[in-house]
Design a protein around this ligand. Structure first.
Ligand code: UT7
Length: 334
C-alpha cells in the first residue's frame, strides 16, 4: 500500500475579545476607512490577560482530536507552528502537549506565517515514510503580544487565534503535494529584532522598542504577489492538477488586496477563494487552519474536494500544498 496522509480532524479557536477598527482609531492616528481600503480588515481577536499561545493551541487541538474520533494516546507526534511562542524555549509544542495530557514527541516549527504549511509538510512526510501513523499539526498565535500598539503601520494588521488538524495514514490520497520555499536574504523585511541571542533584551533594546514586530509592508506585499501565484502553479503541476480542479484556494489571510491580486494572477474566480481576513486580521500560522475549519463547519467542504493551501511570511518563507479533502460534513448540531 502507498502511504498517504489524510486530514481526519480539524479544529480552531479564536479568543473572545474583539478589537474593532474604531477602537484602533482611538489608539493611533488611523481610520476604519484606511484599514478597510488598504487591508480589508474590520476586526481581529485579542488574547485575554494570562492567556497564551499554547492555551489557544490546546483549544483548537482538542476540537480537532474530538472530530477525528481518536484518543489522544494515538497521536505519535505534535508539530506546532508559531511566530509568537510562549517562551524562547521550551517549545510551545511541549507546553501544548502537557496541557493536552499527552506524552508523544512535540516540536515547534518557525516559518512565520508559512509555519502551518511547513508543519503539514513534516507531518505528512513522517506518515508517508512510515515513522508515524497519526500526527497533530497546529498553527497558533498570540501575535498581538509582539505588536506595538503605538505603531499604526503594524498594529491594525495582526490578530490572535489557533487552528489544528489531525493527520492520519491512509491508502487514499490526502496531502498530494507540498512545496516549500525560503529566502533568508529578506530576513530584515519582517522581524522582531530584540529578545533573541543577537540582541538580548536590555534596558537599551527595550527602550528602542526592539521587542516589537517591525515590517516593511510594501516589500512583503510585492514578495507575496510574486511568489504565491508561481508556487501555486508549481504545486498544482507537481500533483497533476490545474486551477480548474480546485474547489477552494485557501490563501494565508494577510491582506484582502494581496488575496485579490493572487486570485487575479491565477485566474481563479472569487467564489472559490476563501477570505475571512475582515473578521480575523492576520493570524500568521493560524490563518490557514482557521480558514479550513471555517470552511468545514459552514458545510462548504465535501469529501473529494481539492484544495490549494498557500502561505507566505517572514524569513522570507513561502509554501503551497494540494490537499484532497476527506472529512464528511459536520453534524448539524455542531
Ligand atoms: O503575513 C505576512 C506579513 N505581512 C503582510 O503580508 C503585509 C503586506 N503588506 C501590506 O499588507 C501593506 O503594505 C500594508 C497594509 C502594510 C500597507 O499598505 P500600503 O498600501 O502598502 O501603504 P503604505 O505602507 O505605502 O503607506 C501609505 C500611507 C503612508 O503615508 P504617506 O507616507 O503616504 O503619507 C503611511 O504612513 O499610509 C500611511 N499609513 C497609515 N495611515 C493610516 C500606514 N499605516 C496607516 C494606518 N492608518 N494604519
Amino acid at each position: 500500500m502507498t502511504r498517504h496522509a489524510q486530514i481526519i480532524g480539524i479544529g480552531s479557536y479564536l479568543p473572545e475579545h474583539i478589537l474593532t477598527n474604531s477602537e484602533l482609531e482611538r489608539m493611533v492616528e488611523t481610520s476604519d476607512e484606511w484599514i478597510v481600503t488598504r487591508t480589508g480588515i474590520r476586526e481581529r481577536r485579542v488574547v485575554a490577560d494570562g492567556e497564551t499561545t499554547s492555551d489557544l493551541a490546546v483549544r483548537a487541538a482538542a476540537l480537532a482530536i474530538e472530530r477525528a474520533g481518536i484518543s489522544g494516546d494515538e497521536i505519535d507526534l505534535i508539530v506546532l507552528g508559531t511566530t509568537s511562542p510562549d517562551h524562547i524555549f521550551p517549545s510551545t509544542a511541549c507546553m501544548t502537549q502537557a496541557k493536552l495530557g499527552l506524552t508523544c514527541p512535540a516540536v515547534d516549527v518557525m516559518a512565520a506565517c508559512t509555519s502551518f504549511i511547513y508543519a503539514l509538510h513534516y507531518g505528512s512526510s513522517v506518515i508517508e515514510a512510515g515513522r508515524a501513523q497519526t500526527v497533530l499539526i497546529i498553527g497558533a498565535e498570540a501575535l498581538t503580544r509582539l505588536v506595538d500598539f503605538g505603531d499604526r503601520s503594524t498594529c491594525v494588521l495582526f490578530g490572535d487565534g489557533a487552528g489544528a488538524a489531525v493527520l492520519r495514514v491512509s491508502d487514499e490520497p490526502g496531502v498530494e503535494a507540498v512545496l516549500l520555499g525560503a529566502d533568508g536574504t529578506g530576513a530584515d523585511q519582517l522581524n522582531v529584532p530584540g529578545g533573541g541571542a543577537a540582541h538580548p533584551l536590555t534596558a537599551e533594546t527595550l527602550a528602542a522598542g526592539d521587542q516589537y514586530l517591525k515590517m516593511n509592508g510594501n516589500e512583503v506585499f510585492k514578495f507575496a504577489v510574486r511568489v504565491i501565484p508561481r508556487a501555486t502553479m508549481e504545486v498544482l503541476e507537481a500533483s497533476g492538477h490545474t486551477t480548474d480542479d480546485l474547489a477552494w484556494l485557501v490563501p494565508h489571510q494577510a491582506n484582502k488586496r494581496i488575496i485579490d491580486t493572487i486570485e487575479e494572477r491565477l485566474g481563479i474566480d472569487d467564489s472559490r477563494v476563501f477570505c475571512n481576513v475582515d473578521r480575523t486580521g492576520n493570524t500568521s500560522s493560524a490563518s490557514i487552519p482557521l480558514a479550513l475549519d471555517e470552511l468545514y463547519t459552514s458545510g462548504q467542504l465535501a469529501p473529494g474536494d481539492l484544495l490549494a493551501l498557500v502561505g507566505f511570511g517572514a524569513g522570507l518563507t513561502w509554501g503551497a500544498a494540494v490537499v484532497r479533502w476527506s472529512m464528511s460534513a459536520p453534524n448539524k448540531k455542531e
